[in-house]
Design a protein around this ligand. Structure first.
Ligand SMILES: [Zn+2]
Length: 264
């Protein structure tokens, strides 16, 4: 686990950043500092771990970043939450992790598994987001914003040097239309006074996400919560318990723990 970007080495700018410095020069210094830091990290690993790291694929060859940085960028998975190494804007300053087996998982825009870094265990956990058939490939998403459309995903995946051929990319017109609707699900609708309508609406949202293979979205978990509230209002405890079970599974996927117990 290491920061996504390192600050430039002190020896590069001993008197601080000069006012004439260009963005390009700063990035170059950050990349050099990163490579040096990865060398230090690697030197502390056992020979077997070092070999495993060096056996990972590097899709950044020839773009200016060193071989260790290239491997980190190719195989790194963004750590969850807002833990930051430096108070830099956006993703910079955050951490990324590389895992032996999990980093080797291929990409799908319809991932059937989700990697989660558990800060309490300081370990990476990979869980299925939906049932996986025997022999089916386990895929994760390399795209940070799961609901991105075809063009946005193509741009995010370009540095990896492959074109995705998952069903959502092949039939991207229909997929983009579904994704545009799914992107609005992060605005939860107030629980309607009519629980029948509420349940029907949430069931439809859940099935649309399933159709698009985006069960790893946090909104999918929230929808289950809303659905359960609807069943409770109807007094259907059997259905509510069923949804609760699925909610627990999804909590394990996203947070590596069951949903919080409720007192009522
Ligand atoms: Zn795809």
């Amino acid at each position: 686990m290491a920061p996504i970007l390192m600050p430039p080495g002190h020896d590069e700018f001993p008197d601080g950043l000069p006012p004439t410095v260009t963005k390009r020069e700063v990035i170059g210094a950050q990349v050099r500092a990163g490579e040096k830091r990865y060398e230090e990290l690697l030197a502390r690993m056992t020979p077997a771990r070092r070999e495993a790291y060096l056996a990972l694929f590097n899709c950044h060859e020839g773009d200016g970043c060193g071989p260790l940085t290239g491997r980190f960028r190719t195989n790194g998975i963004g750590a969850p939450g807002d833990y930051k190494f430096m108070d830099w804007p956006g993703e910079a300053g955050k951490f990324s992790f590389v895992a032996d087996d999990i980093s080797r998982a291929n990409h799908s825009c319809r991932p059937n598994a989700h990697p989660h870094f558990d800060y309490e265990l300081f370990a990476t956990v990979l869980r299925a987001v939906r049932p996986i058939q025997a022999g089916e490939e386990i895929c994760i998403s390399y795209v940070r914003r799961g609901v991105d459309n075809y063009e946005e995903r193509k741009k995010s995946l370009a540095p990896y040097g492959f074109e995705c051929s998952c069903p959502s990319c092949v039939d991207h017109v229909a997929s983009d239309a579904r994704r545009a609707i799914i992107a609005t699900f992060n605005n939860p609708e107030p629980v309607n006074r009519n629980p029948y309508y509420h349940i029907k609406r949430n069931l439809w949202k859940v099935s649309l996400i399933q159709e698009e293979g985006l069960e790893e979205l946090t909104d999918y978990l929230s929808l289950h919560h809303h659905l359960r509230m609807g069943y409770r209002m109807m007094g259907d405890n059997v259905k509510a318990a069923e949804v609760r079970k699925r909610e627990d599974q999804l909590n394990w996927v996203k947070f590596n723990k069951p949903a919080l117990k409720e007192l009522f």
